[in-house]
Design a protein around this ligand. Sequence first.
Ligand SMILES: [Mn+2]
Length: 593
Amino acid sequence: MSLTLQGRSNKRWRFAAHDAARIVQLERGAGISSIVAQLLIGRGVYDPQSARSFLEARLSGLRDPDLLPGAAEAAERLHAAVQAGRKIAVYGDYDADGMTGTAILLGCLKRLGADASYYVPNRLEEGYGLSSEALKALAAKGVSLVVSVDCGIASLQEAATARALGLELIVTDHHELADQLPEAAAIVHPRLPGWEYPFKWLCGAGVALKVAWALCQRASASKRVRPALREFLLQAVGLAAVGTVADVVPLLDENRILVRHGLACLQAQPLPGMAALLEVCGLSQKARLESEDLAFALAPRLNAAGRFGQAQLGVELLTTEVPPRARQLAEYIHEMNRSRESLERSILLAAQKQVHQQFDAGHDAALVLAGRDWHQGVIGLVAGRLAEKYHRPVILLALDPLGARPAVGSARAPAGFDLFSALKATADYLVTFGGHAAAAGLKIEEGQIDAFRAAFCEVAEQGRQATEAAAELRIDAEGPLCQLTADTLHQIEQLAPFGHGNPRPLLASTGVQLAQPPRRIGHDQRHLALRFVQQQTTIRGVGFGCADWAEELAATQAPLDIVYRPVLNDFRGRRSVELQLVDWRISTLRQSG
Ligand SMILES: [Mn+2]
């Protein structure tokens, strides 16, 4: 039976079908516990062999790098350039995926003795992708081969510039393919036309790792790479894991393997920069790193450097071999992340004020907000938060301080809405735009904003149904709190790493009460500390970003139905089960159990 209800988050609760016969079959066939079988079936894994390969996620499950479209050609060319002693530049992107990918290729080239340098554009001044100016500057320095990371697939003009400059250009990227490809010496991309690569969702760093691996095979004159290079490639898997989680690509197939093993590599043998970064995040003593640590601690710090136009420091951090320098850079990046947090808070407040003053959140199908002192490196984060909160596309525009240049905008949309198509449909009002279904960037003349808003809201209205249909919580299973033993949680952890495409399981319990009123916690009081009781079982809970619910929860005497993610806390060797509250409602069902 599939039952739908609505909780306080305004999302519908959709319970996964419970197919008892199928669960028992998989449980026996694969020799796994019932809860793991149930969760795997909910993820579309039905047969014992797929279940085992999913759970094992062996490193040997990574495909030979030469199978990745263009990787063999790129590796041959890079190998030849290294042998010839030519100057090589790695041209990266300023986000965490681009930085980690750049660090992988640069680190690899240096270990092969190459004369290699890197270039990462300034996000605020140059923007995303290859730039003709930068290519000219590289050529003037004697660079003769440029290899892009996490960018370049749409840089047709710039590829022509590179050709005119006599630069050999290798593009490695994973972004959407346009109708036309750049004219480059080689293009490495998991979805390159004419190839059939079985896994389409490697990120920029994943693609860079494959190229580095293929290059190491050539340098070792064997499919088995030399031990020293193998050691570096394992460290590079740690870097690729950060890029993979940061870029929110599905954690399935090769991405799942990269993150599973990358987490272990980051912990066991981190590069000096990663060690320093883990240290400033307070993670160096953690018993077991999780994908969430990459998503919420490492990636935001690297991205903060990019947001302030300092991505080159991020790459330096990830490639330096000098621990004191790594420490210094990690601390500086940590500070930039704090500035980012405070800017984000103040823009969020101002944007919310605009939502209340200017818009009828119930009627406008999209929110288009603008501010003159908004930092363009941070507006995307705020747009993301608002899109989540209001379940509709949100565009934040940073107006030029002098009003002389076009406003720079960041757009985010909830699942089910195609932002890129919506911008394409309203492109007449825009100077430029780019991106994909869930996130995009744009530039617009100030005088066009009102007309654009009206047009965009109209397009959003048409896409509303799809967005609303997607606004649901997919609950894996329902059961009493007493089921949540440390043992069950260990079973569930076998499905880790969790993230996009393989979310941490969402469970529900009905007829639960609060042992005490919720407490606001966190340095900005945004979170809630909770304690749930059901019969003999008491479990601690936390509601991240749920402070809005404090009064209502405190005033509620009736039993609650709750939706949550169970997590296992390994704090100083003491294991405890904790709930992360996701949604709740006043109970109308009989108590479970
Ligand atoms: Mn990327």
